[in-house]
Design a protein around this ligand. Structure first.
Ligand code: ACO
Ligand code: ZN
Length: 496
């Protein structure tokens, strides 16, 4: 594990003074015993806020993934036990409660954002971050700088966003908003999942505001979503126990009454773009970030709550969004999406990918990934997701790559055909690098009598057959109604 990324142990910076605290004296940087899932655990207090339902403390639990950080009420903190107090020199306040510190942090962040527009930053936990691991170059071994501070123009909107209407051009906003146990196949699944639980895929740089999840709950259609990470919704939203996001236009409300009024008026029932794929299970819509700027920014704000290292909030223009939905009588419900740069010099076919949390681990990620490769096949290009991948991104891609390579090799075998890295790459629209890494990780490449060979162990074929019989859903490529869009260089919008 890279110590730069994973600082799962709280308070590992030397001896600390210990004595009792009260709800009023407990401060940021303290380590207290806090109840989590019925057990008392050491937790560092990262932030404190007064909400309508009382004082809340934001806790980072020892040895838990930071996705599991949470706001806890006073009653879950054990004040009978001594609290470890922050070292005045070493443990600076970490959440910007200190006004001066917060301003300085904001300045730093705005400097950091002056990078290539639309570039997201991603880091990963899991053994993939270990040097020499076959997947190590897919992930970051360095701590990452983080998402921007709360954007100014959003703060000023007092909890409302304009709804994106129909399929009209949505260029309403100013152009100057800031950019803001070992298994046979070589992977130890249990160990990785354990690392996912206990690792931290987000930078643990204590000076960053975005370390703290700012929204507790999101009402989204019939679901309550519990965010994992910071997202720059208006600062006033952080006082709320829950916010509401319209599941169709994705506009956001802190206040239930305004949200109810909005729902009566909102006419959108599907993402504002062209439906380019439909089967009896899902649809895909293609949405241009420039034509539907507000909708796409809202999508980014929403997805940031579940994506750790994304800085694409404002400069959505250079991207296309491929949004997967499921239909009910109410409309087309957002299941997941991926974004793709209109012109990507690095040849990435996916910038960011997300399955909404209520739909995760049901096979939708596979469909999104397959769709991205089907588009690459139509374009006649090889594609790969933007690196570094997140922990869950890496697991999902690795699974997709492995399954598809094994299936293809079985086909080659049945036809008694020879295969090469290049032929696999062309058939699957995967880069040769991704093919090679997958073969290496699966230990399928051998050097025999002066030749590199790909071997497909019988056990692997059987395991794949079993998994395949369970996998019900695939994208039917013949149903995709899509031609690669052409953009004019100046506008990066549709060339017509
Ligand atoms: N634990 C273990 N394995 C997992 C997990 C997990 N939590 N999630 C996915 N996988 C692996 C499994 O092998 C799974 O297959 P299985 O269920 O048959 O075992 C395979 O990935 C595919 O799973 P799906 O159910 O198809 O994937 P899902 O719909 O959950 O979507 C995704 C995967 C998109 C990565 C989702 O976890 C997500 O949105 N995460 C948050 C955002 C994120 O990290 N996105 C990727 C960033 S990298 C980038 O954008 C390029
Ligand atoms: Zn709406």
């Amino acid at each position: 594990m890279s110590p730069g990324i994973l600082e799962a142990t709280v308070g590992s910076d030397g001896p600390r003074q210990k004595n009792k605290a009260t709800p009023d004296t407990l401060r940021v940087g303290c380590i207290a015993m806090v109840e989590k899932d019925g057990q008392a655990r050491r937790a560092e207090i990262l932030s404190i806020k007064d909400t309508k339902s009382g004082r809340q403390f934001y806790c980072n639990f020892d040895n838990f993934n930071k996705r599991l950080d949470e706001w806890v009420p006073v009653k879950r903190i054990n004040f009978e036990q001594d609290v470890e107090w922050p070292n005045p020199d070493k443990d600076k306040p970490k959440d910007g409660k200190n006004k001066q510190g917060a301003t300085a942090q904001k300045k730093n962040l705005s400097k950091k954002i002056q990078k290539r527009p639309g570039k997201r930053e991603q880091s990963v936990t899991s053994e993939a971050a270990t040097p020499n691991h076959p997947w190590s170059e897919f992930v970051d071994s360095q701590p990452q700088s983080k998402a921007p501070s709360t954007p100014r123009d959003l703060e000023s909107k007092a909890g409302q966003t304009p709804a994106a209407a129909g399929d009209e051009m949505d260029l309403d906003e100013d152009e100057n908003t800031p950019d803001i146990k070992k298994e046979d196949d070589g992977f130890s699944r249990e160990a990785e999942i354990e690392k996912l639980r206990t690792g931290g895929s987000m930078t643990q740089n204590p000076t960053e505001l975005s370390r703290i999840r700012n929204i507790s709950k999101v009402q989204f259609g019939k679901y309550d979503l519990f965010p994992w990470y910071f997202s720059p919704y208006p600062e006033s939203f952080t006082q709320e126990d829950a916010i509401s996001v319209c599941e169709f236009c994705l506009s956001y409300y802190a206040d239930l009454k305004s949200f109810a009024r909005h729902r009566q008026k909102c006419t959108l029932q599907h993402p504002p773009g062209n439906e380019i794929y439909r089967d009896d299970y899902v649809s895909f819509f293609e949405i241009d970030g420039r034509r539907q700027r507000t909708w796409c920014r809202n999508l980014c704000l929403l997805s940031k709550m579940f994506l750790d290292h994304k800085t694409l909030y404002y400069d959505v223009d250079p991207f296309l969004f491929y949004v997967m939905t499921q239909k009910t009588e109410k409309g087309q419900h957002l299941v997941g999406y991926f974004s793709k740069e209109k012109e990507c010099a690095d040849g990435y076919n996916v910038a960011c990918i997300l399955t909404m949390p209520q739909y995760q681990r049901k096979g939708f990620g596979r469909l999104l990934i397959q769709f991205s490769y089907e588009l690459s096949k139509i374009e006649g290009k090889l594609g790969s997701p933007e690196k570094p991948l997140s922990d869950l991104g890496l697991l999902s891609y690795r699974q997709y790559w492995s399954e598809n390579i094994i299936d293809l090799l079985v086909e080659y075998n049945e036809r008694d055909e020879r295969c090469t890295i290049e032929s696999i790459s062309t058939a699957l629209a995967m880069t040769t690098q991704d093919v090679e890494h997958t073969l290496q990780a699966l230990k399928m490449q051998v050097y025999h009598k002066g030749e590199h060979k790909v071997v497909l162990p019988e056990k692997m074929i059987q395991a794949r057959e079993k998994a395949r019989s369970k996998q019900k859903r695939y994208i039917a490529p013949e149903r995709i109604q899509w031609k690669p869009p052409v953009f004019t260089a100046s506008s990066r919008t549709w060339g017509w």
